[in-house]
Design a protein around this ligand. Structure first.
Ligand SMILES: *Cc1c(COP(=O)(O)O)cnc(C)c1O
Length: 360
């Protein structure tokens, strides 16, 4: 039986990805030189399409890495001399702080229980902080920050760089990216492309900050330092031999998404999320883990379960639907259902019906 993956990432491929992979193989995309004009045009297309999809300003740039995890390290190396501040509300936001600590930086955090969102109005950040990091969508708990809170945070701390993790929410999230200094994601979540490519958006302030650090004698890394990446990006190239197939697929899927329209993608995401949350509310063994409705994720939905998640997962597997267990310590106590652009209304309605009909 064909399976449909509603796991939070890797997940079901975008519905056009398979055809694009076939086309890529037929046209030797995996064999071309990464210094060739064909490659440069693929790179440019991916970059231009993302720029349009994310509504970037002229002083914002797109760089490519291996993953979102890599971007955590690059942000700290390139943008933080001594001190970073992390908003922590789950495993992913905490991991970013750990990366900063591993790289020898002083870190502070504002931490709230999993499933909740930090009240940005109450945060006190030391003046010495150079960068504030937060996860827009904490994939481990399904808690999502509202865009207004992100803008408020930037307004309250205009001299710090703001780094936004949109790994499991872009491009569904309605965010004005011109209001953040740096944002990043990897392609195996909402974009439905095989894993192994990260996208890093930076603005001119990030570039300036990086040069300040270099001039003070800090090491900002080697082949993936901002100056090195920017120099190559200007020529539509990368320092290393990159994941050419993933870049090609990104150029195509981003084009498909532009053609479909972000408005439509977002409208569908809201409808499907509403169907799933309603099912979670109506099942006596489930309840949405995030209590505050306006912070419930649109893309990675998490429910607390009174029966072991493995029982629910197994029952859905029999119908060809693969959902995720809880993250880390919540493995048996939660289920996680991805609601990415590739996930169809029909499948989502089917999952809702199956969950509602299940008896334990
Ligand atoms: C998945 C995820 C990451 C890590 O992505 P990788 O591609 O594994 O590096 C980081 N942050 C969030 C919020 C995620 O969901």
């Amino acid at each position: 039986m064909k399976k449909f993956y509603f796991t939070p990432g890797p997940s079901q491929l975008y519905y056009t990805t398979e055809a694009h992979i076939k086309h890529a193989l037929k046209h030797d995309i995996c064999s071309i030189s990464h210094r060739s004009d064909t490659f440069k045009s693929i790179y440019k297309k991916a970059s231009d399409n993302l720029r349009e999809l994310f509504g970037l300003a002229d002083d914002q740039y797109i760089l490519f890495t291996a993953s979102a995890t890599e971007v955590w390290e690059r942000i700290i190396q390139n943008l933080v001399g001594k001190e970073a501040f992390h908003l922590v509300n789950g495993a992913f936001s905490l991991r970013f702080q750990k990366v900063a600590e591993s790289l020898g930086k002083r870190t502070f955090n504002a931490e709230v229980p999993e499933g909740s969102i930090i009240d940005v109005g109450s945060i006190l950040i030391p003046e010495t902080t150079e960068l504030i990091a937060l996860a827009h969508n904490e994939t481990s708990t399904g808690a999502m920050v509202n865009a207004e809170d992100i803008y408020k945070l930037k307004e309250a701390f205009p001299s710090q760089l703001l780094a936004l993790d949109v790994t499991s929410s872009a491009p569904v999230a309605e965010i004005d990216y011109t209001k953040v200094d740096t944002a990043y994601f990897s392609v195996q979540k909402c974009f439905g492309i095989p894993a192994g490519l990260g996208v890093w958006i930076i603005n001119q302030k990030c570039i300036d900050k990086c040069w300040q650090l270099i001039n003070k004698g800090f090491s900002v890394g080697s082949y993936h330092s901002i100056p090195e990446m920017m120099a190559k990006a200007k020529r539509h190239q990368t320092s290393e031999t990159p994941n050419v197939l993933a870049l090609y697929l990104l150029s195509k899927v981003s084009e498909d998404m532009l053609n479909k329209g972000l408005l439509q993608i977002r409208r569908e995401a809201k409808y499907k999320a509403a169907v799933l949350y309603q099912a979670m509310e109506s099942c006596d063994y489930l309840s949405p883990f995030v209590k505050n409705e306006k912070n419930r994720s649109l893309t990675t939905l998490v429910a607390k379960s009174s029966v072991p998640s493995s029982a629910i997962i197994e029952a859905l597997q029999k119908k060809g639907i693969v959902i995720g267990p809880g993250y880390g310590k919540f493995r048996e106590g939660h289920i996680r259902i991805a609601n990415f652009p590739t996930h169809s209304k029909e499948h989502v309605e089917m999952i809702a019906d199956l969950l509602t009909a299940m008896k334990f």
